[in-house]
Design a protein around this ligand. Sequence first.
Ligand code: F3S
Length: 399
Amino acid sequence: MILTDEQRRMLVGDFGRSIKKSMEILAALGKIYDADRLVPVSSVQIAGVSYDNLGEAGLGWLAEMAAGGGRARVYATLNPAGMDIDNWQAIGIPPEFAGQQQRVIAAFAQMGVVTTCTCTPYLAGNVPHFGEHIAWAESSAVCFANSVLGARSNREGGPSALASALTGFTPEYGLHLANNRQTGVVFDLDCKIEGSASFGALGKVIGEQIEKMPGKPIPYLRGIERASLEELKSFCASVATYGGLGLFHIEGITPEAGLVALPDLHLHIDQQAIESAWDSMDDEGGEEVDFVSLGCPHLSLPELAHLADLLAGKKVKKTFWITTARPTKQMADRMGYTRIIEESGAVIAADTCCVVAPIRGRFKVMATDSAKACYYAYAKNKFKTRFFEFDQVVAEALR
Ligand code: F3S
C-alpha cells in the first residue's frame, strides 16, 4: 500500500503513540484487503462502547489510546453504551457497571470523540453525503449510510474505526470502490411490505438468501413503491444482521439504484416467505411477555411523537424500554413527548439499547418490532421474542 509522507510519519511515531498504533492497524488492514492506498474520511462512527462487550481489556486499550495523545481529526460519534449515561439508575444498572461505563465514555471524550451514543448517527448530526468516504462500525448504520445516503463505508471494527478517527484515513477497498457497489441479484417482490416490522421481516428473508449465495452479491429490490426513513432503518438493521450486508439498492428509492447495471439473476419474494420469516421471530409458546422494547435501531423523533400519542393518559403494565439517541430525546423533552411517555410508566433510555445493556437473566420474553433485536435477544440473552408491528408492541405493553 502506498503511503503519503504524512501517513509514513504517522506510522513511525512522529505524531505520538496512539497515532502510530492507529496507523499500524490501518496499514495491516490495507495489506490484508490489498488496498492500494488510504483515503481521507469525513465522518467516523465507533462501535465497542458498551462495557458489557468491552470488559476490562477493552477499557484498558481505550485508556492507553487516550493516554497516548490520540485526538479525533474528523467528526466521530459512538455506538450505544451499556446504559443511559445520565439516568442509569432508572433502568436498574448496577453502580459498579456504571462506574466502568463512565470511564469508557471519559476515554473517548479525552480523545475528542463526540459522546453521542447511538446507532442512528444520521438522525443526530453525523450525516455524510453522497459519495463521501467514511469509517462507520455499527452494521445497521453502515448499511443505511451506504444504501440510503450513498456514502461509502466498510463495516469497521471498534479499533479500526477509532484508528480512522485519530488519523482521518481508511484503507480504500470493499465498498469504497465503485466496482464493488454493483448488484449481483435482483429480487422481484410480490408482497405487501408496510411498517417497520414488515420491513424487518423482508430484511430477514433477503439476508438469509444472500447468506447462502456464493460471493454474497449486493441485492437490488424491485416492487417497493415507498419506504419511510423509519422503515429503511429497520430494513438496514435486519438485512445487515441476517445477511451481513452493507449495501443494497431499491429501485426508485435509494440513490445508486439508477446507476447500476442489472444482472440476469432474478429471484422472487412472495407473501408466504415474509410470513414464514415473521413466524420464525414470533414465539407464541404461551409464556407471558415480561419485557417490551422499542428503539432498535434508535427511535426517530416522529416515532417518539407517535408513541406519545399511543400512550397518552394510559398506564403500561410491563417493563417498557424506549431507546433513542440523546439529541433525539432532548427534542422529545422539548416537545412534551417525554413527559407523556414517562407518565405512562414507560422508560426512555437514551444512549443505550436492549442488546448492549447488561440485562441477561432479567427477563424471559421480549416484545419488539425489530427483527435485529429478535436475533440478539435470543443469541445474547436467551430471551424468547414476540414480533409485532410498532402499534401492537405498544398494545402489548398496555395489556
Ligand atoms: Fe442499535 Fe442496539 Fe439495535 S445498537 S441497531 S438498538 S442492537
